[in-house]
Design a binder for this molecule. Structure first.
Ligand code: WT7
Length: 655
């Protein structure tokens, strides 16, 4: 496809950027020595250029320290503050430039300049202190896409507290679990939010979670719904606006944090079942995020970026909050659904705000495709100059649609591969520099070394698919707390490692293939994780919820993809003699909603006498996925019970 059409466009005026990239990039100095060999002296020095995008309170003494292998520590000896880097240092030059444009679901609009952010972040920081939050304490944030979400994150960062953002759609149980696991000191939430015509009582969900923790944690409540919703504050609960009013004008000097100190926690599904906490360290994370915000998203001071991810996900942390603000850009935050009040909303948001960089997921683009090109074509999208996608593989036809109907065949598309654990984009084309190939995520960014390996960890040649590994540490890599190191090691480093070998090989859990030009195609996850609405959920976590229903003995959760949307489909086996299938079906759906969240409620629950299993007793998810997605089942040779495949296909088709 690429050979037949003229080259995809480049960005112009990139000379300065080219120079930075060359300092870091594929200029010969970074050629990889032996696989995973981190002893190459030149190897870490190019990260100096990236770190110089930040303002350091104390300069670092060493770029990297490998004492705790494989957990490299970055910019040792240096200190800095994230909020100071995102806000204070811009004040001299762009105090009155817009930092954040928010659009509410009910058509409201709010704009914050960098100076506005400075004042409100300082007030919230002072309020958190007043509530007893100290450096290194954890503050859980359970808010939908409101300006108060990034503001509270930055307020935590200002005083050296660690934020733990929990997706607002999660259930009280899921919230309580995520608070307890981190011994959260304080909670920040809101009264509620409207979803299309109904109201979701967010505070009631928060109160339920708080009650189950049995401690009266200080709680700050944002009044989102105003007089349309009665907000009752209990003991130790405070109204956000009152606090801001009480503390506005407070001078809260940013607390310098060691580069190796944690900046925040965030939960990932992991593959072992329960969601796992992941931690990022201040200096490395901010360096990686600032550098990719510049290199991949081409952000400059004043660039307007709209990333549709919620701040509860790493994408929101890195490219809604930290990356853009570190570079002095303007962030657009749109509350609510992209289809409400109607399907014109995404294009209105772009037109109204003059969005230049738009970043979303293939799932969202598929939905746009389904709605049709008349929606984007009815708006002036000429402000756009760069498009991005993340979260799952994008098919070439979806890519072409995005390129043609949103990007008007002028805007490069960056297909960015990364993970919660990597903190920032690791594999992507660089706009204006690399040739774009639809459906391929491109080559690893400068300084990143990857390999595709087989079951034994041996490198595979181009064209052969295998496991994607990262073969060198990078700033912004996961920085687990000491207590998490064992499981993190087991999950990411020991897939094939010989502990005696001097190799460093991070296992991503993805399967991929590289072509002759070094471009990577991601084939999907190898582990038992499914993505719903771009939320990575462990099947084990979902199945644990499903099997809380008494009569269900075993369950498997898989993703069903219908035009543009992913739905959760459950296969379950029942105790003998269970007749009332409708009741069980409802109970299963309710259990998922209760333990995980409404957004994950399954659309179909199918009963089966057995689940397809390997000889080692592992459920064959890929086979179930074939069945629900009407693809011919593959992989059945390694099954213990191959006869179940035909039976399941029949059951599914009758549903
Ligand atoms: C997993 C990470 C980090 C952003 C959002 C998700 C998949 C991510 C791509 C892409 C194909 C992708 C991988 C990865 N993924 N980006 N461009 N093409 N697949 O974060 O929840 O940590 O999920 O998302 O499977 O391992 P996450």
């Amino acid at each position: 496809m690429t050979e037949e059409r003229p080259a995809y466009p480049s960005l112009e005026n990139r000379t300065a950027r080219h120079r930075t990239l060359q300092a870091i990039g594929r200029d010969g100095t970074t050629t990889k020595p032996a696989s995973g060999d981190c002893s190459d002296r030149k190897w870490p020095t190019y990260w100096i250029t990236a770190a110089s995008l930040l303002e350091w309170s104390d300069p670092y003494e060493r770029i990297v320290d490998k004492e705790n292998e494989p957990f490299y520590r970055w910019f040792v000896g240096g200190s800095l503050n994230a909020a100071e880097n995102c806000i204070d240092r811009h004040l001299e030059e762009r105090k009155n430039q817009v930092a954040l444009r928010w659009e509410g679901k009910r058509g409201e609009r709010r704009t914050y300049t960098y100076y506005d952010l400075y004042r409100e972040v300082s007030a919230v920081a002072a309020a958190l202190r007043e509530l007893g939050v100290e450096e290194d304490d954890v503050v859980t944030i359970y808010l939908p896409k409101l300006p108060e979400l990034p503001i509270t994150m930055l307020a935590c960062a200002r005083i050296g507290a660690l934020h733990n953002v929990v997706f607002a759609g999660f259930s009280p149980n899921a919230l309580a679990e995520r608070m307890q696991r981190l011994d959260s000191h304080t909670l920040v939430t809101c009264d509620g939010s409207s979803r299309e015509e109904t109201v979701i009582n967010q505070k009631r969900k928060a109160d339920t979670a708080l009650a189950s923790i049995e401690e009266s944690l200080p709680t700050i409540v944002v009044d989102r719904l105003g007089s349309s919703h009665d907000m009752h504050l209990g003991g130790n609960q405070y109204d956000y606006d009152n606090l801001v009013e009480a503390f506005v004008g407070a001078n809260v000097p940013p607390v310098p944090r060691k580069a190796t100190d944690p900046l925040f926690h965030i939960h990932t599904s992991g593959t072992t079942g329960d969601p796992q906490r992941m931690t990022h360290a201040t200096g490395g994370y901010l360096t990686g995020v600032a550098w990719t915000a510049q290199t991949v998203f081409d952000l400059m001071p004043g660039t307007t970026i709209w990333c549709t991810a919620g701040a509860g996900w790493i994408t929101g942390h890195s490219y809604v909050v930290y990356g853009p603000l570190l570079l002095g850009a303007t962030v657009v935050l749109a509350e609510g659904s992209l289809r409400y009040p109607d399907r014109y909303r995404p294009w209105e948001v772009i037109e109204r705000n003059g969005v230049e960089v738009f970043y979303t997921t293939p799932g969202v683009i598929r939905t746009f495709m389904k709605w049709g090109e008349s929606f984007p074509s009815s708006h002036d999208l000429s402000s756009l100059r760069l498009l991005g996608t993340v979260g799952e593989p994008i098919s070439p036809d979806t890519w072409e649609w995005y390129y043609t109907h949103v990007g008007d065949e002028r805007c490069p598309i960056v297909d960015t591969w990364w993970q919660t654990e990597t903190g920032r984009v690791l594999i992507s084309d660089r706009p204006g520099i690399d040739e774009l190939k639809p459906g391929l995520v491109g080559r690893p960014l400068p300084g990143i070394e990857i390999q595709i390996v087989d079951e034994d960890g041996h490198e595979l040649p181009p064209g052969e698919s295998g496991y994607l590994t990262i073969d060198r540490p990078w700033p912004s890599m996961l920085a687990p707390l000491e207590g998490d190191r064992y499981w993190v090691l087991a999950e990411y480093w020991q897939a094939f490692s010989d502990p005696r070998a001097d190799t460093w090989q991070y296992f991503t859990g993805d399967r991929a293939v590289i072509d002759d030009d070094g471009y990577v195609t991601i084939l999907g996850r190898d582990d038992d994780v499914i993505t719903i609405g771009n939320h990575r959920l462990g099947t084990a976590q979902l199945e644990a919820a499903i099997t809380t229903v008494d009569s269900v003995t075993e369950a498997a959760a898989v993703a069903e993809r219908t035009a543009g949307e992913t739905a959760l489909c459950v296969f379950a086996t029942l105790e003998q003699g269970q007749q009332d299938r409708t009741a069980i079906r409802n109970a299963v759906a309710d259990a998922v909603a209760e333990h995980v969240g409404e957004f994950a409620r399954p659309t179909s629950v199918v009963f089966t006498p057995e689940l397809p299993e390997t000889y080692s007793g592992k459920t064959m998810y890929r086979l179930l996925e074939c069945i629900v997605n009407d693809r011919p089942p593959t992989d059945s040779d390694t099954l213990r019970n191959p006869e179940i495949v035909g039976e399941l296909t029949t059951i599914w088709n009758q549903e």
